[in-house]
Ligand binder design. Structure first.
Ligand SMILES: [Mn+2]
Length: 452
């Protein structure tokens, strides 16, 4: 028997991947683990006649000869499949893997693997279907579109690749219904979720770690509630923390559910939650800690974060230094020659060790047109001058340049406002449009430094 399985608490990407895998392995049976995420369960209820996955409890794990594992390869995310995992590791069961997650220590290794850092696992399966000329109908196309849209934030997360967008285009050509997609993407919160949301808002404790604001919040639940991840995402967006760890002790189940979200990529919540038997992506992760205790979990997370504190890049990392400066009495003609020699487009004017203005190429050009090159720098420098400190985050430099509509900022340090460097609009643009990092889920260099 061939079996298609995915991670516990299957979401749209996971389930869509199993359905796509079934089209590629027509003999195989899809079986879902114990829990299914809230919206996914609603989708299954509505499409019961169309998609009828079997459940883990119906499957004789001894009878399986081959497993097609999609959207996961970590052993710890395969709860309830222990016998199957043991047989895979013993070499009794063949394993095919299609996954888009980063590597972990407890990864299973397949006889055949397709593991690529794209935004959704569904994308990889669609590429296989395209290669093999597999046809799909509009309902399948809609489910797969939900897989891609939910895992990529409708193609906006930094982990999104051109391949995800091409796969989405292929689904739209095959009749994927955006009306149905939106029904599941823009669902309002349930009353349980709203209750949790109101408890979380204002209760977040913010701890500064390495210059990053990390929020921690605990809400005790008397019963499990579905959709805690959505609520956590909402709190993060509403309150604007860099990262948020939400702990939900569930008394009745002796379990602490942990949901973590990050908006800045220099903090990897997936790595952090590995410390408490969880995992996920750098920006979104979860854990269910059996017999866990809130204080101990928080301590473990803080210990992990403090061991290698997240550090956003700062002005100092990008600025040009040392920098040429001119005095207020330097003639514009001399500065003009300097621009040619130094290939600068702007220069700080320093007087008695303090930055007092900035002269740009445009200032010099205007002076030249008006026959004023004989005048000193002080005649046309811009002031009061906006400056920034070397320790400021790059996002502050960007905000300042955009607000004041200026092309460069002298970087000043210490009481005396000594000029130690200069940072220009083009330096920041280079970072903003920086090349994508190869690691999965890790966004472009730009997002490394700029808050969304
Ligand atoms: Mn996925």
């Amino acid at each position: 028997m061939e079996l298609i399985i995915t991670h516990e608490n299957a979401d749209f990407d996971a389930f869509a991947s199993t359905v796509a895998a079934r089209l590629l392995y027509p003999e195989a049976t899809i079986a879902l683990g114990r829990r299914v995420s809230g919206l996914m369960r609603d989708f299954l209820a509505l499409h019961k006649d169309r998609f009828a996955p079997r459940w883990q409890s119906d499957i004789d794990q001894e009878a399986v000869t081959r497993v097609i594992l999609v959207d996961v390869r970590r052993e710890s995310r395969l709860q309830g499949w222990e016998r199957l995992v043991a047989r895979i590791k013993g070499g009794e069961v063949s394993l095919h893997v299609v996954d888009h997650h980063g590597a972990s220590r407890d990864d299973l290794v397949g006889d055949w693997e397709l593991i690529e850092p794209v935004g959704s696992a569904t994308t990889l399966l669609i590429e296989l279907m395209i290669q093999r000329g597999v046809a799909i109908d509009p309902i399948e196309a809609t489910l797969m579109a939900l897989g891609i849209y939910t895992d990529t934030g409708s193609l906006t997360f930094a982990s999104t690749t051109a391949r995800d967008a091409r796969a989405a285009a292929w689904l739209l050509e095959r009749g994927a219904s955006l009306k149905m997609v939106n029904r599941y993407l823009s669902r309002s919160l349930s009353s349980d979720q709203r209750g949790v949301l109101s408890q979380m808002l204002g209760a977040v404790e913010v701890i500064e770690i390495g210059g990053v604001e990390v929020g921690f919040v605990t809400v005790a639940l008397d019963k499990p509630i579905s959709g805690l991840a959505e609520v956590t995402t909402q709190v993060l967006q509403l309150e604007g923390h860099d990262a948020l760890f939400a702990l939900f002790p569930i008394e009745r189940k002796k379990t602490v559910q942990v949901i973590a979200r990050a908006r800045v990529p220099y903090i990897d919540v997936g790595e952090a939650l590995k410390r408490v038997q969880g995992g996920g992506h750098p920006g979104a992760a979860a854990a269910a800690v059996k017999g866990g205790e809130v204080g101990a979990i928080k301590d473990a997370l803080l210990e992990h974060l403090n061991a290698d504190p997240p550090r956003p890049r700062v002005v100092m990392d990008v600025m040009t230094s040392p920098v040429h400066t001119v005095g207020p009495r330097t003639s514009l003609a001399e500065i003009r020659e300097g621009f040619v020699a130094w290939r600068f487009t702007g220069v700080p004017v320093e007087d008695e060790g303090q930055v007092v203005g900035v002269i740009s190429r445009r200032d010099i050009e205007a002076a030249e047109r008006n026959g004023r090159l004989g005048l000193p720098a002080s005649s046309c420098m811009s002031r009061p001058v906006k400056t920034i400190s070397p320790e400021s985050p790059l996002s502050d430099a960007l905000d300042l340049m955009v607000e004041a509509d200026i092309g460069r900022l002298p970087v000043v340090s210490g009481e005396g406002k000594r000029c130690v460097g200069i940072i220009s609009r083009s330096d920041l643009l280079r970072i903003l449009y920086g090349k994508a990092d190869a690691r999965e889920g890790h966004p472009t260099e730009a997002n490394q430094d700029m808050k969304p």
